[in-house]
Design a protein around this ligand. Sequence first.
Ligand code: PLP
Length: 377
Amino acid sequence: MSQLERPDRSTALRPLPKPGIMDIAPYKPGKAHVEGIAHPLKLSANENVLGSSPLARKAFVEAIDQLHLYPDGRSNLLRAAISVRYGLAPDGLLFGCGSDEIFQLLSQTFLEPGDNIIQGEYGFGAFAISARAAQGEVRFAREINYRIDVDEVLSLVDSRTRLIFIANPANPTGTVVTGSEIRRLHASLPPSVILVLDGAYAEFATDPDFENGATMVRDFKNVVMTRTFSKLHGLAALRVGWAYMPPEMADAVDRIRLPFNVNIPAQLAAVAALGDEDFQARSLALVSEWRPWLVQQLGGMGLAVVPSQANFLLIGFPTTPGRTALEADAFLSARGLIPRVVAGYGLPDHLRITIGLEAHNRAVAEALDDFMQGKPA
Ligand SMILES: *Cc1c(COP(=O)(O)O)cnc(C)c1O
């Protein structure tokens, strides 16, 4: 319904949501189940296939004695741990129920109706939802070779632009914008525009030209870096994300944050996970070993794999009947391997697959080889 046809909410016969809410497409998570298969392997959400750190698990269990208590609303233990680990000023840190909440807080704090955000063409859905909930407009910058293009982003900036969300590495493409390109983007922005660098997969990036943005946060007044415990640290269930931003920005955003947004088991497990260097190293090693292997295997089958700097691959399928992404999804699912359908991200001919354990990766490669050869599932 267009702006003009909107009914008068005060005389409506039932309560109507404010304009824009019903235009938001509900977020559709990746599949977690396959009918008729008892324990399929979920490779659709980029979760840590090693599970979570034994130290984090122990901390979570020990938190059982504190279930009657409200958490520390400032997440001070976690704040100190992150500050020390990454050398960041504690008053620039902000914690959220996943980084999803941080995106929402940023949109709520900085957008008013008519303002806009910019994100990549295939960008992560959470940015757009947060902006639309704040009655902001979402602008999608065309990507070139599945990579966010700085000039395309800049061409969309106008006087109502408040936030630019760049997931780096990006999801679902896995590509990165190099540090020098990010700096060029920043240098061309008005100082009133916030550049949000979502580093959900930052730890997996091995490209020497990648930069996570922490130094830029320190050096400028309009850069935010977000991070999460959901991927490398394997704590997606606990919902812990954080952001590093200029202290005056944190002071503003913190005013609308729910006071107890990160629960006690989550805070304690996150602190323990951060200290478990061994688990982090094993998780990274798995991806750095199997990512190139899988790229090579799939490339050899004629599939178009997008070069990834994250813990997943975006795979392009032919449009020939029998070889399409949709059919590949059904084929893999029938073998108990669940990929992420990314048609909702504007990529109907692709599937996204999390890098798994050795056996998982071999099963994926074998299944896709059979699929491409037209064998039965
Ligand atoms: C998984 C992911 C996140 C992390 O979200 P949480 O709410 O912290 O679990 C953030 N950004 C992108 C692009 C992601 O893929």
